[in-house]
Design a protein around this ligand. Sequence first.
Ligand code: GDP
Ligand code: MG
Length: 405
Amino acid sequence: MLTIGIIGKTNTGKTTLFNAATLLNAKISNFPFTTKEPNVGTAYVCDICVCKELGVKDNPLNSTCIDGWRYVPIRLIDVPGLVKDAWMGKGLGNQFLSIIGQADALIHVVDASGSIDAEGKITQPGSGNPVQDAIDVEMEINLWLADIISRNSQFIIREASASSLAEALSKALSGVKASPLQTLQALEKSGLKDIPFDKWNEKQILKFAAFLLPIIKPTLIIANKMDILTSEHYMPLLTEYYGRSLVAACSAEAELVLRRAEKMGLLQYTPVQEKFKVKNNAQLTAKQQAALDYIEKRVMQKWISTGIQQALNTVAFKLLKSNMVYPVSDESKYMDHHGNVLPDVHLMPDGSTPLDLARTVHTRLVENYILAIDAKTGIRLPKDYTLRHKDVIKIMTRPVAKQPK
Ligand SMILES: Nc1nc2c(ncn2[C@@H]2O[C@H](COP(=O)(O)OP(=O)(O)O)[C@@H](O)[C@H]2O)c(=O)[nH]1
Ligand SMILES: [Mg+2]
């Protein structure tokens, strides 16, 4: 399952974002992932479901469809505040850095209102330095990656002589899921490709780590606390440093308030909606009314939405380029064997083929794979076909002979 780690300094709003994003009122029957760990939860990414374009009423099983939007579960991990020198084992140190290793992508929460100091303590809004905060956190992760490389230098030298430096680095960094293709990209981008590894100094190792990080962990900067006026000053600085496409203006607190109010039955609000509607004003306490007025004025009117659901979608669909793919066993009715219409949807990594989809659904499908059919057109797909967003795919398999009793 797609896993997103939430990182950032203390008090930037990581736990608020985690709580908001994992609060969706969604019922999923055969949901494959449950956990008791407090900092691991289920959030959703969503896009318009194919049920509308196909003109069918669906019965989702591994996901859910709300008002024609298909919500697909992802795993969200709240990584506790990264303190300075975490890479040397300070604070929870390596323990939570290794959580980052498991993630496919990161959400990096920054207090865009400048309400925290360099140590992450709450201070006067506007007095912090959000861009420096983001750089500090990235530096901790880069130092940690560099440390893994340094500690494995003998191994890397040995492996590199047997295969290639990219392969050797990938093996040393398998704990952070760095593929040989990714380490090769980082070698090329950092200009270190043609320098023998045993000649690399500490600075060059760190440079390699800095180029590798955004490749192995695509990261969206969450410019949080946009409801606080001082964020208007820092937002342009963050977009200037990271580029507009990698910064999302958000208010995690506003999203949490809205989702809680929705859960209590006070509002109509689904995360992709850019509006909320109070069901009955007389039900609200003065405090609740004031909170909603604040959100309407400071968040919705200014930024259109709280930004949280869009941020999760951006990570899945833009940064990771995942595609929603619907496997079916009856390609004319878009059903599974039990008559459920469009029961499942899988988030397939960019470049996946129908055989990769088969592998995701069931190993039996891979073993007996014959071919795949595009259910929308009925056309047989070539073996090297790359799956596209919102494909509906039937996988044809060889009939399996019954085992003699
Ligand atoms: N004004 C405002 N405050 C927020 C927002 N998100 C979080 N906070 C507040 O920031 C403080 C730290 O939040 P928390 O989620 O515990 O931060 P963490 O240490 O990064 O997990 C809390 O007082 C939150 O209520 C936001 O969008 N706007
Ligand atoms: Mg927290």
